[in-house]
Design a protein around this ligand. Structure first.
Ligand SMILES: Cc1cc2nc3c(=O)[nH]c(=O)nc-3n(C[C@H](O)[C@H](O)[C@H](O)COP(=O)(O)O)c2cc1C
Length: 166
């Protein structure tokens, strides 16, 4: 597991090879194994195989314009999340799910990159329109997934300056 954490890198160049349905299911199972505040699981996953829809998503931002064979959007569902002051916990819950997908993909030798949607209002609105959802669905991030056409070194970005022993 520790090696997989170091090996996970943002991959932005992919081959055309498709990811099997079995592997997609594994990624989704790992996503939904993530912790969530009060176990509310306020997440929705949109698995985008359709190439026209994929292209619409790439067109939302130049930061998303990578040619992967699969895109998964992870969105918060505010109808399911904790209410009032605690409402924003969905962001942490969905982030944990995204990271689980990235790590599971790494372990399957599938490349991935997390692209941020929320809190950029224009991106949230554009992506929500593409997936034909209502206001209660807040797309947090999209993940490009596919077999790697670039290699990156495993690493940690450990810096003792960021560590505070009290
Ligand atoms: C919340 C979040 C949003 C990100 N958005 C983008 C993005 O829109 N486009 C992109 O190419 N990479 C995006 N990244 C990936 C980061 O650029 C990348 O993780 C960082 O440069 C470190 O590189 P590494 O993932 O290879 O360790 C995002 C990462 C996070 C956590």
């Amino acid at each position: 597991m520790i090696e997989t954490i170091y090996q996970r890198r943002s991959i932005r160049k992919f081959t055309n090879e498709k990811i099997s349905d079995e592997n997609i299911l594994t990624l989704l199972k790992c996503a939904m194994a993530a912790p969530s505040a009060r176990n509310t699981k306020p997440w929705e996953f949109y698995v985008i195989k359709d190439e026209t829809t994929q292209q619409s998503l790439r067109d939302v931002s130049k930061n998303f314009a990578f040619n992967s064979s699969l895109i998964i959007i992870v969105a918060g569902n505010t109808d399911k999340s904790m209410t009032k002051n605690d409402n924003d916990f969905w962001i942490q819950d969905c982030s944990a799910a995204i990271e689980n997908i990235l790590l599971a993909a790494t372990s399957l030798e599938i490349g991935s990159v997390w692209c941020g949607i929320y809190p950029v209002k224009e991106r949230v609105e554009a992506v929500r329109k593409i997936i034909k959802e209502k206001e209660n669905i807040i797309p947090l991030g999209l993940i490009h997934l596919g077999y790697k056409a670039e290699e990156k070194e495993a690493k940690t970005q450990f810096s003792s300056e960021n560590v505070h022993f009290i």
